[in-house]
Design a protein around this ligand. Sequence first.
Ligand code: CA
Length: 270
Amino acid sequence: MNSGHLVRMPTVHTCPLVISSWNKGLSTCVMIGQKGEKIVTVSQTSILVIEDEPSIAEVVSLYLRRAGFEVQVLADGSAAIAIMERQMPDLLILDIMLPGLDGLEITRWLRDRNDVPIIMLTARRAESDRIAGLEMGADDYVVKPFSPQELVSRVRAVLRRTHSGGPARADAPLVFGELQIDPTTRLVHRGEREIILTAKEFDMLWLLACHPRQVFSREQLLDRVWGYSDYIDSSSVTVHVRRLREKIETDPAHPAHLVTVWGVGYKFEP
Ligand code: CA
């Protein structure tokens, strides 16, 4: 059902995974067999939708199936855990308010075990739930009511990001439109133009850009970028964000990437 099984086949000793056709809901795995022969397999990408509102579950599964994905729908959090203990999907779409275990508890359970991509479905008002979900390791979220086509686009984007480089490969440059961030050379480019960043500016940008849409508080940034220090306070974070915006944003007064989340902190919009 998913390419994870193929990777564990005993006759195969190396498996460079090439994923080339998410748009059709398919994953292509190219493996090298024991005699050096190429084994190419194409499998359908499986998505588990955990949503207790039948009308939403129905329209989501309809659009995902049309996009070529294999879809299973469950309405109960505890039942979902039982299923995932036996068979992990390639991606999870997870409502937060659920009977049985809720979406946040499921995310916590999952993140103790593996890194299956998670997209959360959240209510418009529940910003604290969204933040909690992202902090626990959800990869993205969609706010209800949403367009099913937008959800399909998010699914493809998360699959591309989590399966073909991006933050999953520590040494690969991150590219967001014209902005390119290279962790090996520590260089940032906007189109052809090289942008000079200080060490801390780079570290902060890299941390935020590796976790698109995840909100970091000033204290978290201080802790992750500077480590503990008596001499630094959270206003340093504000200053560094301002300088970064002046360097990387087209319009620093209206930042497209380094976005303030009022009352909480900052996030990187891809
Ligand atoms: Ca619900």
